[in-house]
Design a protein around this ligand. Structure first.
Ligand code: DQA
Length: 147
């Protein structure tokens, strides 16, 4: 099975951007970790990042019928995007929402998520490890559903 790991705006700057908040690992490091975890649990990882909301919408649509699950860190679009919310509803693929920082301990505009109410699960505040936990959670979920 395939799992898409989708990253939104500014996550290309991981490791450079606000290291006190997001740590010093880069998105390439996160991708390598995600692929390693995928290998361990028997999932093929499709790892992508875009600064453009429409790309994320396109990729969520594309995952329909192709992916067993989605790991989504939509970055700031989490807090603004009805289009991403609608794409998740339209694609019918289970989504685990990931945020490296604990968004609930930060500014109030980060407390609301358009993804959380329709996510299979939410992981916040555990840094880049959140991606690994999300992939493992999807692997278990996909296993349970296998015939
Ligand atoms: C983030 C949290 C968002 O509020 C922020 O806009 C990001 C990163 C996180 O991973 O902690 O870009 O999604």
């Amino acid at each position: 099975p395939v799992v898409y790991v989708l990253n939104g705006p500014n996550l290309n700057l991981l490791g450079v951007r606000e290291p006190a908040v997001y740590g010093s690992l880069t998105l390439d490091d996160v991708e390598a970790m995600a692929r390693k975890t995928g290998e361990e649990v028997g999932l093929t990882i499709e790892f992508r990042q875009s600064n453009h909301e429409g790309d994320l919408v396109d990729w969520i649509q594309e995952s329909r019928g192709r992916a067993g699950g989605l790991v989504l860190n939509a970055g700031a679009y989490t807090h603004t995007s009805v289009a991403i919310h609608d794409a998740i509803l339209a694609c019918g693929v289970p989504v685990i929402e990931v945020h490296m920082s604990n968004v609930h301990a930060r500014e109030s505009f980060r407390h609301h998520s358009y993804v959380s109410p329709i996510a299979a699960g939410v992981i916040v505040g555990l840094g880049v490890d959140g991606y690994e936990f999300a992939i493992r959670a999807l692997a278990r979920r996909i296993d349970r559903r296998a015939p």
